[in-house]
Design a protein around this ligand. Sequence first.
Ligand code: A2P
Length: 359
Amino acid sequence: QAYNVAVLGATGAVGRRILDQLAKSTIPFDQVKALASARSAGQTVPFKDGELTVEEATEDSFAGVDIVLASAGGSTSKALAPAAVKAGAVVVDNSSYWRMNDNVPLVVPEVNSAALKDHQGIIANPNCSTIQLVVALNLVFEKFGLKQVIISTYQAASGAGKAAMDEVLAEAQARLLGEDMADLAHVLPVKGDKKHYPLAFNLLPQIDVFEEEGYTHEEYKMIHETKKIILGDKNAKDIKVTGTAVRVPVMIGHGESVYIETGDENATADQIRAILADADQVVLQDDPATQTYPQPILAEGRRETFVGRIRPDLENPGAFHLWVVSDNLLKGAAWNTVEIAERLVDMDLVRVPDQSTFA
Ligand code: A2P
């Protein structure tokens, strides 16, 4: 059987990569549609050796479509995902809109693909910083348990979309020419917030808007999504998770400094290295003697999560520090989305159940 696939948000930084990952995937596809806003209708996007003509996405776009791969922002997904499900399509959505909905599985295939069995037509792709974190954490969790996790992120500009990347490059160029770069900030840290600051030659400790207790929405996403994915059906609701999310002037590839307290005081760094080295989806890059450690420019274009700098905490037995890097546009977005669709195909789950709350 071959499936008809629609990519919603096909002109965006993630959408273009979804098309590329789809072309390289094991999904047997027949027709592929590229959907975006009315602004882009009639443009073309590359696909395989040719190109696709972009169509405006409307509620009527999904007739005959089996799988929708969406990365067009929360408001678009809110409006169009239910229409796609009503038309009989299964939606894998990269926006944050559906992630914490109880009727929507939030999936990283290597961690919790079993959650796909209960899908009702919409499956959510987690936040980019959450995905690479849980890929590494779940392996440690399954062997040693986890009591506490504290994360500091170093997140690339591309996580805020193509306009943010362009803005940082323009700022860097202005600075190198001795010009003022402050006037060039219109998107970061958050497009819809009141103030904007340059990211070039700077760090911005704000990703998404501020919420209760001084945490940003990005920090809450990381906390709640990590718990939903890792703890899902495992009886371990008491892991403490917290963190700080920082935007750094890197184009592609998020870094994360992660402190973990395992449930085993006798766990060793060598054991953690061995577990991570054995996992297909992880590349261990951890050798101080040869200055080997994960870096964003080495992760760009790769599907795996890279882990290094693994070392025991000097005060707390059973606690460790790790450095985790991944391509936020691939494993953090486009590849994880397409990988979910691959699993749906493998598990024979490309269908909307009769009882769906969305249909
Ligand atoms: P468009 O290029 O027509 O604006 P990015 O995060 O890189 O900015 O990409 C966002 C993606 O979501 C783009 O493909 C964009 O299309 C698409 N998009 C934004 N708003 C809508 C909308 N109302 N309907 C459909 N697609 C949308």
